[in-house]
Design a binder for this molecule. Sequence first.
Ligand code: HEM
Length: 391
Amino acid sequence: MGPVIIGTNRRTSAEVTRLLNLGAVVSVSRRHVAVLYSRIEFVTISFHWSSYSLHVQGNAIDEMAGIDLKQGKSKPGDFDAVRKDIEALLHQPDYDDGSAGPVLVRLAWHSAGTYDTATDTGGSNGAGMRYEAEGGDPSNAGLQHARVFLEPLKAAHPWITYADLWTLGGVVAIAALGGPSIAWLPGRTDYVDDSKLPPRGRLPDGAKGAAHLRTVFGRMGFGDQEIVALSGAHNLGRCHGERSGFEGAWVANPTRFSNSYFKLMVGVEWREKRLANGTTQFVHVDEDLEEELMMLPSDLALRNDEGFRPWVELYARDRERFFEDFAKAFAKLLELGIKRDKEGRVVNSDNVKGGYHSAPKKSDRPGKPDDAGDGEAEPLREENKKFRARL
Ligand code: HEM
């Protein structure tokens, strides 16, 4: 069989050709298809970044991901090796603003933000987004990018659970992008089926206001101050029309963790804008950068609400205080639903009964296989179909 082709657009044609010549796993993107079509024997091509599958074949994955992985070298429990590899994968020149960090932060948050204190369900234990029931929640649209970014690490450190990897990804990304260092403990397990997943719809809706935020975050056990601090993560990353309907970044430098989000929220004018897709958001045109920045209705709800506003103002003027409060709240978020003994060992029943159960690496094929429950979510398959149709 010839080389296995995997979609990625991070390489020049010359690099791809060199990899092909190595006879190993190589990557192909729309850019490269023309170059490669004549040369391949077996192809698994997905034409959209979000869905490419990583195929591990010997050490070729190091080449593929373009990062210096310590494949096969880390011993179970060597979380520092994983941290280093997460740092190494953050630089992604052809993705969004050049960093995988923001979407990793969102993956960590959405993996944990389903927690419900009343029923003790949801949360980061279990890595439920591996299953369609949770991964296919429209709120999670786009997070397949983050999961795919982390697949080479799962291949390189197969002992780590997805639940630990996804949460650690967020923590490492925040620190690497200039944010605070956040306490993180391992021990989460991967559920073996989807029977314990929370219902969809627990994550917040950017089109809604203060009452909604208090309901959603109150369910997780967060108060006003923590809601505002956590929302400060919108210093990072951007909205994507095809994922959430909203468009654009909150700040001019969305790969640098700072308190700019709060400064802008109270410091400049925001005007309502209706996008072509019918979504309403708020925008501010930065004259110097000639760039349009955005706020979600839920972001501006923080500025407009009596209980939230003092925290917004505090974080706008006191960056250190924001970093401190954010670090505490984010650490708490990732621990929701995780019970530990005095030594820090997780004592949730699944973890005690099943041990540190690390799910096998996800399928190398893009899309959700019809007969398997561990593939990507339905919206992604639809998205892929659309991309193929355009070619
Ligand atoms: C307060 C309620 C929140 C709402 C309504 C909300 C909503 C959203 C929406 C609509 C997007 C754009 C998604 C896309 O189109 O790709 C987004 C992105 C993002 N959110 Fe939030 N979010 C909230 C809280 C949080 C929290 C608590 C965190 C983390 C602590 C967070 C971290 C992020 C990050 C890092 C991105 C950028 C992702 C990327 O660049 O791909 N958000 N959020």
